[in-house]
Design a binder for this molecule. Structure first.
Ligand code: EPU
Length: 423
């Protein structure tokens, strides 16, 4: 699918942020830990969620998804062997491992997919499962994790991995005794998943700090829970506001993107916020930025690609140092095709502005790289064509509507047998 997109009007954007993709994915997996009905609100209607719900149905759950609300309940015997190819379409399917290890003490599953950001091992997840007493092996492209019984333990993560922290919380929440995970990731998504598990009856403390303690419980119950807002979607549209005529971003906790707010303020953009709304005003930036990407609360890797576009419109050299996914660079060639001047020097991405951005035909390689191309295309008054926009749709809900509030005209176009279907 491709996105045909141009700017038609100068307007301040005004959007309400959707639920967080990276919270909703593990929360939907965690919901499988209860046999009762679980209701999850504020779930974004995006491709990754629909892919995951289809896998969960096949595992043995009754699932409905309407108006951003998922209702889930155990339907029949829960499968522990998941041969579904859909697992490879997304990264977060690896949370099925921790969940089914806790529930069934065994799981056989294909390796998860997701964006190509270079080598993305899951050794911290698997080493943690082993420490809990599981046997882990890989056969015929499937990961096998099995445990006669799981034991409480202390796991010290080599790096504060988001995925490993969540997977180990999931795996251990029904293991009687005290499990401690140290050097944890502290992202708001970790806190959201722990809060959700606690409303189901789990006993998890310390989420959002370096050490998480899990006291195992025998049973998890049904609950109703609202997923936190997506700080990366909020940040993407805040950057779009800085690029265009300002923006009002609603239903977002500003603390969750305080690193971005600080960078934008230092660049000279007026930003105001109350507890759940952020407003950015139109202003020419006065200063380029120098940002090091890192684990929360540092600047998020998922906003590195989108903010590169802003740097193309700021006079001077802005510098981004990517320390998490060093190969998250596929957007650079595409932005340069549009007129940007971005180069790599060791691990630094150096963006020289101001450069005019021209309408172009470009290719989205990955989700946040796709977001960067969407932002760049919003700077042009003639149509740009972004091929493989599907990767962007994995993570952004209702983008056509939200972009329209910024004065952007865009269409999703499916090309089939030489015909064009417009959505
Ligand atoms: N790492 C390992 N071994 C592991 C796990 C991670 O070496 O077992 C390395 C990774 O290669 C990377 C670093 O540790 O260099 C951090 O990886 P982390 O585990 O924190 O990331 P992730 O769980 O794979 C999640 C999000 C990403 C987001 C990162 C960082 C999901 C499904 N994915 O990935 O989101 O960039 O955390 O915040 O939650 C996106 O939404 O576009 C996206 C890529």
């Amino acid at each position: 699918m491709l996105l045909k997109i141009k700017r038609v009007e100068e307007r301040q954007g005004d959007i309400t942020v959707s639920g967080s993709k990276n919270s909703a994915i593990p929360i939907l997996c965690a919901a499988m830990l209860s046999n009762d009905e679980v209701i999850i609100e504020n779930v974004p209607d995006i491709t990754d969620i629909n892919t995951l719900l289809s896998i969960i149905q096949k595992i043995g759950y009754f699932v409905t998804f309407e108006n951003n609300v998922v209702v889930m309940k155990k339907k029949r015997f829960i499968k522990s062997t998941i041969k579904d190819e859909d697992v490879k379409k997304m990264r977060g399917s690896y949370y099925i491992m921790g969940t089914l290890l806790a529930k069934r003490h065994k799981v056989i599953i294909a390796s998860s997919g997701g964006c190509d950001l270079g080598f993305r091992p899951i050794n911290y997840h698997l080493d943690g499962f082993k420490k809990m007493g599981a046997k882990v092996s890989q056969k015929d492209n499937y990961i096998h994790v099995k445990a006669f019984s799981l034991k409480p333990c202390t796991i010290d993560l080599e790096f504060p991995s988001v995925g490993a922290t969540i997977n180990l919380m999931l795996a251990s929440c029904k293991t009687m005794g005290k499990t401690t995970i140290s050097n944890c990731a502290k992202e708001p998504e970790i806190v959201d998943v722990a809060n959700f598990l606690n409303t189901m009856g789990a006993n998890i403390t310390g989420a959002g700090t370096k050490v998480i303690t899990i006291h195992g419980v025998k049973k998890l119950y049904g609950t109703t829970y609202k997923v936190v807002s997506d700080r990366i979607e909020a940040g993407t549209y805040l950057i779009l506001g800085a690029l265009l005529n300002g923006a009002i971003i609603r239903e977002i906790n500003p603390q969750h993107i305080s690193s971005l707010i600080t960078v934008l303020k230092n660049c000279g953009y007026p930003i105001y916020n109350n507890s759940n709304t952020i407003t950015i005003e139109k202003r020419k930036s006065t200063k380029p930025f120098n940002v090091t990407i890192g684990p929360y609360p540092a600047f998020p890797t998922d906003l590195g690609q989108p903010i590169s576009v802003l740097a193309t419109q700021i006079e001077g050299n802005s510098i981004l140092k990517e320390t998490i996914f060093k190969k998250r660079i596929a957007h650079i060639d595409e932005l340069n095709k549009m007129g940007a001047k971005i180069m790599l020097s060791n691990d630094n991405i150096i963006i020289n502005g101001v450069t005019p951005i021209s309408p172009s035909t470009i290719y989205a390689n990955d989700l946040r790289g796709g977001a960067a191309l969407v932002l760049a295309s919003c700077l042009t008054n003639d149509f740009s064509y972004i091929n493989n926009i599907d990767v962007f749709l994995r993570g952004y809900e209702k983008p056509i509507e939200k972009l329209a509030s910024f004065g952007i005209e865009s269409y999703l176009v499916e090309q089939e047998d030489g015909k064009e279907n417009i959505f």
